[in-house]
Every structure is written in structure tokens, then in C-alpha cells.
Ligand binder design. Structure first.
Ligand SMILES: *Cc1c(COP(=O)(O)O)cnc(C)c1O
Length: 386
């Protein structure tokens, strides 16, 4: 739904509930799925409908969804991509051979692997540093003068909290572009563009869609006139990593309930984190909403309305104990991914292996919309097996 300047500014939940608006041609409350790939010209060879030439870029459903996400992020422009990784790749490719990229260490493993390969193949220097250590991270930016700085907020799966506002100031001073992957937060609790970031990225596969039934990515920009944004838009159009129309339709449908889902998931996560932190079979809970979390104060300052639905727990007793608990859970599904309505548990060491340094006793939890008591009871019985 477009924001009418004569009306009071709507809250994100209200914008979301009417996401995409009504179809002007028919009055339909739910937009149609555009399936055409091409658009006709008239006898004078003008496009029948200007701006509608070919479906790689000209897709009304993309535009509706992009406008909605840009409004949520307080951004100026937005592009959907075929997956989160396609969105991340388009941003990473703004750094040219011979350039430097500074990335937060210990982030989404797929991003780390991609950045390492991409930078190696393209003669780009990659510096991986702990962004929660502000002074070291700032020094790396000041000294290396990178083309791009990459953050994840909160980071997946360590839930580290980088101070986006402070890092944005360092990036500005060094002439670096700052991109933040805020997948684990959602735009309802964290808006990196308001904190000084240039670009915000989401894997729409996760909470934005929320139903674990599509792959998608999204990039939103603060400055639509920047060279980086022109490049990213061209890259989407010409390299063609576009979302399918059906996926865009599902995403818009999922977004209509984002407000409710995030509220429930974050409340569940907050309470489950406290419960697990006090359990004697748990060594540590990594969740920014806990007062014991090293980044709690920064999280409180830069997030609002919750701390996300992702957490990691370290189970006492090592790898075997962690796998025993994962195997004993029955409401939590054992699967990768996050941000869906169903709670998931994952043993990251099994996925990443020993090379990444991931603790062998770490279980990553994505908390869904189930009743809190059932989630707690599931952990109570699974930890009881130890
Ligand atoms: C899942 C994920 C991605 C990758 O997104 P895909 O849609 O799977 O390509 C990137 N960043 C984070 C933080 C993620 O959780």
C-alpha cells in the first residue's frame, strides 16, 4: 500500500497487512501473479504500457514487493533477487579486482565461503575480522581502505552484535561502502540504513517470507543515485538472478503477516533463551536479548521490539551430548535454515566441519510461532535424556 502524504504515517504492521495494495485494474485485494515474459508494442512500435518491455526487470509484483520492503527499511530503492546468496553476490561484485573487502568473521557460512572464493578468483584482498571487537575492526577499515565492509546483524550462528552506527562512521571516513545482512533481525527490529549503512541485505528465504517455501534475496539502498546502487541494479537486470513471479507472490503473501510472526517468534525466543540459560545441562546461551550477552547494550541501543528469533546454545558434555539433545527433540525439526513459523534445530559442526572453528557442542535454534510451553517442554524432555 502506498503511503499517501495526506494521511497519517502508518506503522510497519499496517503497511505489511496491506502489502502490495489492491489491483487497480480489477479491485482485487490480492495481486495477480504476472506470468507473461514479454509485452506488446503498438502499430507505431511504442510499448503499449510504458515501462513494460521484458519480464527480467519489468514485473509489477517485484515493484510492489520492493516498494514495501524499501518502506520498511526507510530505504530509497530495493531489488529482489533469486536467493539471498544472489543478492550478496551482486553487492560483493561492487568491489573490483585489486580492491579490498573487510568482512565480519564468524558469519553465515555460505557468505564466508562465497567471499573467500570470489575474492581469491578476482584478486580482491579479503580481511575477516571480529566486528564485535570495535577497535580492531575500525583499525582494519582505516588501514586497508576497503571498497566494501560486510556485516551481519546479529551474526549467524554466534549472534555477535556489531555497533553499526560506530562502524558506519569509520566506513564513511575511509570511503568504504557499508552493507549489513540483517536476515536474523528483520527490518521490524533493526534498520541498518537508519544507523548509517549504505545497503541492507536479507535472505527473504528466512523470516521475510517465513514459511520455508521459497528462495529469495533482497537488497535495499539508502542512496539511489550512488554508483554502487546503479551497478547492483544493472547486475540484477543483466546477470539475471531474478526471483520467479510465483515466489514474489508467495513472498508478498508472507510479508502480510510479518508483524505478527516476528512479535511471537521474538517473544518465544526471549523467554526460551532465559529458560535455557538457567538450565543446568546448558553451558551457555548466545542470544543478544540476554543481559549476559557481550553485545547486549549495543543490541538494546540499535534494535527495537525484540532481538530476533535466532539463538545458539552450547550443551554441556560436548559433541555427543549436543547430538543426543538434537536427536531427542520432537517438536523442533532437525533442519537447516531459520525464520520460519516452525522451530528448527541444527548441529552446525556437522555442516561446517572442523575447519571453521565452530564449537562441537553448539546447537543453533530458530524459534517459530508454536506455544512457548510446548517449546520449553520439548527442551525439558530432550535435556532430560542426558
Ligand atoms: C540463509 C542466509 C543467507 C543465504 O540466503 P539464501 O536465500 O539461502 O541464498 C545469507 N545470510 C544469512 C544471514 C542467512 O541466514
Amino acid at each position: 500500500m502506498d503511503q499517501d502524504p495526506r494521511k497519517p504515517r502508518l506503522h510497519p504492521d499496517s503497511l505489511l497487512a496491506h502489502g502490495g495494495g489492491t489491483d487497480p485494474a480489477t479491485g482485487a485485494i490480492v495481486p495477480p501473479i504476472p506470468l507473461t515474459t514479454t509485452f506488446a508494442r503498438d502499430e507505431a512500435y511504442n510499448l503499449v504500457n510504458p515501462g513494460h518491455l521484458y519480464a527480467r526487470d519489468d514485473n509489477d509484483l517485484f515493484h510492489k514487493t520492493e516498494k514495501l520492503i524499501a518502506a520498511l527499511e526507510n530505504g530509497a530503492d530495493c531489488r529482489l533477487f533469486a536467493s539471498g546468496m544472489a543478492a550478496i553476490a551482486a553487492v560483493a561484485r561492487t568491489v573490483k579486482p585489486g580492491g579490498t573487502l573487510v568482512a565480519q568473521s564468524g558469519i553465515y557460512w555460505g557468505t564466508t565461503l562465497f567471499l573467500r572464493k570470489h575474492c581469491e578468483r578476482n584478486d580482491i584482498a579479503l580481511i575477516e575480522t571480529d566486528a564485535a571487537d570495535l577497535s580492531t575492526f575500525s583499525d582494519d577499515i582505516a588501514i586497508s581502505k576497503p571498497g566494501l565492509v560486510w556485516l551481519e546483524a546479529p551474526s549467524n550462528p554466534y549472534l555477535k552484535i556489531a555497533d553499526i552506527q560506530a562502524i558506519a562512521a569509520r566506513c564513511k571516513a575511509a570511503g568504504a561502502l557499508l552493507a549489513v545482512d540483517a536476515t536474523a533481525a528483520t527490518p521490524l527490529v533493526l534498520r541498518p540504513l537508519d544507523l548509517g549503512a549504505d545497503l541492507v541485505v536479507h535472505s527473504a528465504t528466512k523470516a521475510l517470507n517465513g514459511h520455508s517455501d521459497l528462495l529469495g534475496g533482497v537488497v535495499t539502498a539508502k542512496d539511489p543515485a550512488s554508483n554502487a546502487w546503479s551497478f547492483i541494479c544493472e547486475e540484477r537486470k543483466m546477470a539475471g538472478a531474478v526471483m520467479g513471479s510465483f515466489e514474489a507472490w508467495l513472498l508478498l503473501r508472507g510479508l502480510r503477516t510479518l508483524g505478527l510472526r516476528v512479535q511471537r517468534m521474538n517473544a518465544n525466543a526471549d523467554r526460551l533463551a532465559s529458560y535455557l540459560e538457567n538450565h543446568d545441562k546448558i553451558e551457555k546461551v548466545l542470544y543478544p536479548g540476554l543481559a549476559s550477552h557481550a553485545g547486549h547494550a549495543v543490541a538494546v541501543a540499535q534494535m527495537s521490539g525484540g532481538f530476533g528469533s535466532l539463538m545458539s546454545v552450547l550443551v554441556k558434555g560436548g559433541k555427543e551430548a549436543a547430538l543426543t539433545v538434537a536427536g531427542a527433540l520432537s517438536l523442533f525439526q532437525r533442519a537447516t535454515s531459520l525464520g520460519g513459523v516452525e522451530s528448527l534445530v541444527e548441529h552446525r559442526y556437522t555442516i561446517e566441519g572442523g575447519t571453521s572453528g565452530i564449537p562441537e557442542n553448539l546447537l543453533r535454534l530458530s524459534i517459530g510461532i508454536e506455544h512457548l510451553d510446548d517449546l520449553k517442554a520439548d527442551f525439558e524432555q530432550a535435556l532430560g535424556v542426558l
